[in-house]
Design a binder for this molecule. Structure first.
Ligand code: AOF
Ligand code: ZN
Length: 378
């Protein structure tokens, strides 16, 4: 039940199959789209699929996808593919041009409300109005101060029919951009806790070592999650015990910033982290009392912060929208006590570790079960 085990556990958390403590998301899950047709919803779902193509490449921007439909026919598709690149709406309009299709009078389906500001790129509202799009269907709001309804307002004033989706596609669009949404609303990164444990809830054996608990497939997932996170964090205890590298071992992956919560600035200069500063930055969070000058001189970045909330604010100020907590238990407990964990991804390995020796399952193909839980939605 290798992959199936993972898929089943994921399903429990997607809002359809609910059980026990895995209830999540929000009450809008079952709200129906009143004005939108089945065809509209199908195009929105396609726009959501396209948005996924930017995953791991656009942060701190959101994932956004767009589809242009004229007379029932798709004439352009686009997504926000990289930071500083075209927004999804402009990418979809450029696709219309490539195909030799005019977008005048068409409907644009977009997963995030079109922007009205000039940032790295000019406002999408201008491109939509210029193209003569007559209807825009939007799956989710943009809670940024500069957005927050301005774009839809400008489009309506320009004579475009604007509709906001609700229900399944709206929920999916919000869930797609939890890091962006939390950062836009609070200035803080989304915090996701990763844990791996045995069936009997152990992370180490009785002898105190921490053997690999999770399977090959679980480790692959972890590397993907690293590549999709702006930063990953560990406590100094984990660094001293395991000397982790914390890079994403995936070809061409964007490497996350590696954050060490290290109150007294004990991070060893000969640790794997400090020896691989050329692969990805290391950011050490120390208390105001610590002397981190030698770490700074050696090339680490240093944040002086008294406690987790202050550290998160500083990480958010540096445009870190997602923080992936990789260990250990002390750091996880401190984040939980601070009320700062948004999501958890827990691998349960089919082994027993509570006794003096590791007990393996009879089925050699037995794999981990992944349990994903969301504690709050942004
Ligand atoms: C859209 N479509 O595809 C995206 C939007 O600095 P910029 O120009 O990249 O703008 C980034 C902001 O624009 C970002 O914070 C978010 O509010 C919005 N992102 N908007 O209409 C898109 N990626
Ligand atoms: Zn835009």
């Amino acid at each position: 039940m290798s992959v199936a085990g993972v898929a089943w556990a994921r399903k429990l958390t997607d809002g359809r199959l609910r059980g026990g403590k895995l209830v999540l998301i929000d009450s809008s899950v079952n709200v129906m789209n009143s004005q939108l047709t089945g065809t509209d919803l199908r195009h929105l779902s396609r726009a959501l699929e396209l948005a996924e193509c930017g995953r791991g490449r656009v942060s701190p921007n959101p994932l956004v996808g767009a589809v242009v439909v004229r007379d029932g026919e798709v004439v352009g598709e686009g997504w926000h593919a990289e930071l500083g690149g075209l927004h999804a709406e402009r990418a979809a309009l450029a696709d219309c041009e490539r195909r030799g299709e005019g977008p005048a009078g068409a409907t644009m389906y977009v997963t995030l409300e079109p922007c009205a500001h000039t940032g790295r790129t000019p406002p999408c509202t201008e491109a939509i109005l210029e193209a003569g799009i007559s209807r825009v269907v939007i799956a989710s709001d943009d809670p940024s101060e500069k957005a927050a309804g301005r774009g839809p307002g400008i489009l309506r004033d320009g004579g475009v029919e604007v509709e906001m989706a609700s229900g399944e596609q709206a929920t999916a669009a919000r869930l797609l951009n939890q890091p962006f949404r939390k950062h836009a609303r609070t200035g803080l990164p989304l915090v996701t806790l990763k844990l791996a444990m045995s069936l009997d809830g152990r992370t180490t054996t009785a002898s105190g070592d921490s053997p690999w608990i999770s399977s090959e497939r679980s480790r692959e997932l972890v590397h993907r999650w690293r590549a999709e996170s702006d930063a990953i964090a560990v406590g100094i205890g984990t660094v001293l015990a395991d000397d982790p590298l914390l890079t994403a071992r995936i070809p061409n992956a964007r490497q996350p910033i590696r954050v060490v919560f290290d109150r007294s600035a004990r991070l060893p200069h000969d640790s794997q982290l400090m020896r691989t500063l050329d692969q990805a930055p290391v950011l050490v969070v120390v208390s105001p009392q610590a002397d981190a000058s030698t770490l700074r001189d050696a090339g680490a970045k240093v944040i002086v912060a008294d406690g987790i909330p202050a550290a998160l604010s500083e990480l958010g100020r540096r445009e870190i929208t997602s923080l992936f907590l990789e260990g250990g238990r002390t750091l996880a407990a401190a984040f939980a006590d601070a009320g700062e964990i948004d999501e958890a991804r827990v691998f349960v390995a089919p082994v027993l570790l509570g006794g003096s020796r590791r007990i393996e399952p009879l089925d050699p193909g037995a794999d981990d079960t992944l349990i994903e839980t969301r504690f709050r939605e942004w």
